[in-house]
Design a protein around this ligand. Structure first.
Ligand code: PLP
Length: 284
């Protein structure tokens, strides 16, 4: 694997980062994961917009343009043989000489990127798709979940909770019993043909797959969409539950805490939405 580190491409085994890097010591950084199929990136513009916004939220002064980021991504794709690759980008605040919580002002950010193989994109076919099984639990992460922080311990612990229970993901809800998102994905219900997902706020990551899916569905117009609070009672009584992320696209959930979702099979609305997403995803 060839990786990108601070302006250079080099073998993964030669990429070195200081143990004093604040990414390592504090999880002080922002990351992105952008899928690419046959060398074509999905959602490049909005992914970079979100990373620049995240860097702004935590005051990391790295001003790479979209073009500079595109060159890095395309360099990684080319040097790793193309095909289906996830491009991971990570900017940390950099390595300081001391361990002190306040932001240093004389430290250069660390910019790292690598590519990893991803499976072919999901096909919109109920008979072939993988049905996800999920747990649910109270969301015990922090109150700034809109920042795509590299400090993922809260997400990792929640994912592990679902995984240890034999499930593929975990759906989180706040103290009021309202669904937030998954440990590494956004969450949706379908009820009476309407797709419903929580609105953007500090409780959820503004997913790029979410952004693209809602835009595609609204432009198509045949499946109504609502962004509003969703209670766990509604989730338990939903006809369908979906999860979205760059790697999953739209994942249909067939079991929640051991109980079937709807009739326990992948739904028709999922199939239609995934087909629309597959057809439209390269336009972003
Ligand atoms: N929510 C969380 C907590 C995530 O970690 C992710 C992606 O990794 C998402 C949502 C989905 O975001 P995207 O669609 O941009 O991949």
């Amino acid at each position: 694997t060839t990786v990108y580190l601070n302006g250079e491409y080099l073998p993964m085994s030669e990429a070195k980062i200081s143990p004093m890097d604040r990414g390592f010591l504090f999880g002080d950084g922002i990351y992105e994961v952008i899928p690419s199929y046959d060398g074509k990136l999905v959602g490049f513009g909005p992914h970079i917009d979100r990373m620049k916004e995240g860097l702004g939220f935590i005051e990391i002064g790295l001003n790479h343009s979209h073009e500079q980021w595109r060159e890095i991504c395309e360099g990684l794709i080319e040097k790793n043989g193309g095909g289906n690759l996830g491009i991971y980008l990570h900017v940390s605040r950099g390595a300081d000489s001391k361990r002190f919580h306040a932001y240093p002002n004389d430290v250069a950010p660390t910019v790292f990127g690598f590519a990893f193989e991803i499976p072919p994109a999901p096909v919109a076919d109920k008979a072939k798709a993988k049905g996800y099984k999920v747990s649910s639990t109270e969301d015990l992460r922090w109150k700034r979940c809109n920042i795509k922080s590299t400090a993922l311990l809260g997400n990792v612990m929640h994912f592990q909770q679902g995984y240890a229970a034999g499930n593929n993901e975990i759906i989180l809800y706040n103290a009021e019993g309202e669904m937030t998102e998954g440990s590494a994905c956004n969450a949706y219900i379908v009820k009476d043909g309407v797709v419903i997902t929580p609105p953007l706020d500090n409780q959820i990551l503004p997913g790029i797959t979410r952004l693209m899916l809602l835009d595609i569905l609204r432009k198509d117009g045949s499946i109504p969409v609502e962004e509003r609070t969703v209670t766990m009672d509604e989730v338990r009584n939903a006809d369908e539950i979906w999860l979205t992320s760059s790697s999953k696209e739209i994942a249909p959930v067939i079991a929640l805490d051991g109980n079937p979702v709807g009739n326990g099979e992948i739904g028709d609305v999922w199939q239609k939405a995934q087909a629309l997403y597959s057809a439209g995803k390269f336009n972003y």
